[in-house]
Design a protein around this ligand. Structure first.
Ligand code: NAD
Length: 473
C-alpha cells in the first residue's frame, strides 16, 4: 500500500491533541452535552449520558436509525479517519499490521449489518395477527480487546445502535488513545446527522475497576465481552444478560484429497493476517503424512520460514512464552521477521509465518499464541488429524478450517468440533465475509451461542398480538 507514514503520523498527533483537549472539557459547552464527544471522566457519567441517549433513540424512526448507522460507516470509511485509527491502533497497542488494520476496519464498516438485520416474524390465522419484533435491550456495556480495538467498536456500535440500543465501551487500557479517537470521530459524525448525543460513550481512564463498575451498574441491561476467558467468565457471572465472545485456538486439517498448493497459500494468508491476532486465524496444522512434506514445501513457497532444529524451536517457544505458559504480551501480533530477529535470524519481509514440525502435545500447538508461529503436526491419516484437531481446539468451539475434497470427512470434522465457524478450502477470514458469503463481525459469540453477532443479537424479542383482525386470507 502506498502511504506516507510521516504524514499520517502528523495527522495522528493532531488527532490525539484534539482528543486530549476535548477530554479536558468537564462542563460541556455545546448543546446536549456534546462537548466531550462521548469520552467521560467517570464510568457513571458515561452510563448516565447513555441512558438519556437511549431514551431519545427510542423516539427515533427506523429511517433515522439507518441514517445514524450510515453516518458511522461513512466516518470510518473517510480515508483520513481510516488511516488515523489504523495507524494509531498499531502504534499504541504494538499489535498487528497497519495495512491489515485498514482492511479490518473497512470490513467492519462495510459488512456489519444494520437495521435490515431486524426481520419481523409474523403469524396469522383465524385468531388474528401476531408480530414478533426485535426490540432494544437498553444501554449495553461492551468490553473490547487489544487485538481488534477499533474493529470491535465499529461493529458493536453499528449493530447495537441499529437494534435501538446505546453503548458504553470499556476498552483495554492499552488501547485507550485509539478508542478515544474513534469514539470522538463517531460522535462528531453522529452529531452532524442530528443523532441524539452520547449514543456511544466511554471513560477517560479505562481500567479493570471501571469495567467492574460498568458490569455492576444497575442501568446497564446487557454486557458484551469480546476477549479472553477471564472477561467472558466475568460477564457471564453478573446475573445480567451477557454475550461472551471468547478465545479460540483454530486448527487446520489438510488431507490427501486437498488441492495442496491452494491449501498452503490459504493457510499462510489466513495465519499471517494482522500477524495472526484474529481469534479466527489458523493457529496449528494437522496434515496427513502422505501430503505433509509437499504441504510444507508449498508453504515455504508462500512465505513460510521452516525451523528444523529442535533446540531452536524450544528457544523460540521460551522466547515468546511467559512463566504462566501464555504468550508474552510483547510478542503478540509481532511479525515473523521481528520474532526471528530476536533469535538472531535475519529474514526479509517476504517471510510471513514461522513453521515447524512438532508433536501434537507441543506447547505451541496447545496454546493460543496470537503471533505468526504455525506448528505442523504430521498425522497417520485424516481420521487421526480430525481427532487431534478436536483436542487442540480445546473445547472452545470457536473456529476450525479443513482443506479436503472428501465430503464425508469435511462433515465428520464439522460435526465433531462443533465450532461457531467452520471454513472449508479457504483462509480463515472467509468465515467473516472475506472471500466467503455472509456478514462480518468482530464479536463471535461461541460461549453464549449467538454466533456471528449482528443487530438482532443485541435485541429482545417482543410479541404484539392483534386478536381477530388484520389477517386477510
Ligand atoms: P483480554 O481478555 O486480555 O482483554 C479483553 C478485554 O477484557 C480488555 O478490555 C480487558 O481490559 C478486559 N479484561 C480482561 N480480563 C478482565 C478482568 N478480569 N476484569 C475486567 N476486565 C478484564 O484479551 P485481549 O488480549 O485484549 O484479546 C485477545 C483475546 O480475545 C484472545 O483470547 C482472543 O481469542 C479473544 N478474542 C475473541 C474474539 C471473538 O470474537 N470471540 C474477538 C477478538 C478477540
Amino acid at each position: 500500500m502506498d502511504i506516507d507514514v510521516n504524514v499520517i503520523e502528523q495527522m495522528v498527533k493532531k488527532a490525539i491533541a484534539q482528543v486530549s483537549n476535548e477530554g479536558n472539557i468537564t462542563c460541556a459547552p455545546s448543546a446536549q452535552q456534546r462537548g466531550n464527544y462521548g469520552v467521560f471522566d467517570t464510568m457513571d457519567g458515561a452510563i448516565e449520558a447513555s441512558v438519556i441517549a437511549q431514551r431519545q433513540l427510542l423516539r427515533s424512526s427506523m429511517e433515522e436509525r439507518k441514517i445514524y448507522v450510515d453516518a458511522i460507516r461513512q466516518a470510518v470509511l473517510n480515508r483520513e479517519n481510516l488511516e488515523m485509527i489504523s495507524l494509531l491502533s498499531v502504534e499504541e497497542t504494538q499489535i498487528g499490521k497497519y495495512e491489515h488494520k485498514i482492511i479490518k476496519n473497512r470490513l467492519a464498516a462495510q459488512k456489519t449489518p444494520g437495521i435490515e438485520d431486524l426481520i419481523t416474524e409474523a403469524q396469522s390465522g383465524d385468531n388474528g395477527l401476531t408480530l414478533i419484533e426485535y426490540c432494544a435491550f437498553g444501554v449495553i456495556g461492551a468490553i473490547t480487546p487489544t487485538t481488534n480495538p477499533t474493529e470491535t467498536i465499529i461493529c458493536n456500535s453499528i449493530s447495537m445502535i441499529a437494534g435501538g440500543n446505546t453503548v458504553v465501551f470499556s476498552p483495554h487500557p492499552r488501547a485507550t488513545k485509539v478508542s478515544h479517537l474513534l469514539v470522538t470521530i463517531l460522535n462528531k459524525a453522529l452529531e452532524e446527522v442530528g443523532a441524539p448525543a452520547n449514543m456511544i460513550t466511554t471513560v477517560k481512564e479505562p481500567s479493570i475497576e471501571n469495567t467492574n463498575a460498568m458490569c455492576e451498574h444497575p442501568k446497564i441491561r446487557m454486557l458484551v465481552a469480546t476477549g479472553g476467558p477471564s472477561i467472558v467468565r466475568k460477564v457471564m457471572s453478573t446475573g445480567k444478560k451477557a454475550i461472551g465472545a471468547g478465545a479460540g485456538n483454530p486448527p487446520v486439517v489438510v488431507d490427501e484429497t486437498a488441492d495442496i498448493e491452494k491449501a498452503a497459500k490459504d493457510i499462510i494468508d489466513g495465519c499471517s493476517f494482522d500477524n495472526n491476532v484474529p481469534c479466527i486465524a489458523e493457529k496449528e496444522v494437522f496434515a496427513v503424512d502422505q501430503i505433509c512434506d509437499y504441504l510444507i514445501h508449498c508453504m515455504k513457497l508462500n512465505g513460510a520460514y521452516e525451523m528444523k532444529d529442535p533446540a531452536m524451536i524450544e528457544k523460540l517457544d521460551a522466547l515468546v512464552t511467559n512463566e504462566k505458559g501464555a504468550p508474552k504480551v510483547e510478542f503478540v501480533g509481532k511479525s515473523a521477521k521481528h520474532i526471528l530477529g530476536k533469535l538472531g535470524i535475519t529474514v526479509g519481509d517476504e517471510v510471513r509465518v514461522i513453521i515447524m514440525e512438532v508433536n501434537k502435545n507441543h506447547h505451541l500447538v496447545t496454546e493460543e499464541m496470537m503471533m505468526p508461529i504455525l506448528p505442523v503436526v504430521r498425522c497417520h491419516d485424516v481420521d487421526e488429524a480430525i481427532e487431534e484437531a478436536y483436542v487442540a481446539e480445546n473445547g472452545n468451539r470457536h473456529t476450525a478450517m479443513m482443506h479436503s475434497k472428501n465430503v464425508d470427512k469435511l462433515t465428520k470434522m464439522a460435526k465433531l468440533l462443533e465450532t461457531t465457524i467452520f471454513v472449508k478450502n479457504a483462509p480463515s477470514y472467509a468465515g467473516i465475509g472475506v472471500g466467503g458469503e455472509g456478514h462480518t463481525t468482530f464479536t463471535i459469540a461461541g460461549p453464549t451461542g449467538e454466533g456471528l453477532t449482528s443487530a438482532r443479537s443485541f435485541c429482545r424479542k417482543r410479541k404484539c398480538v392483534m386478536s381477530d383482525g388484520l389477517h386477510i386470507r
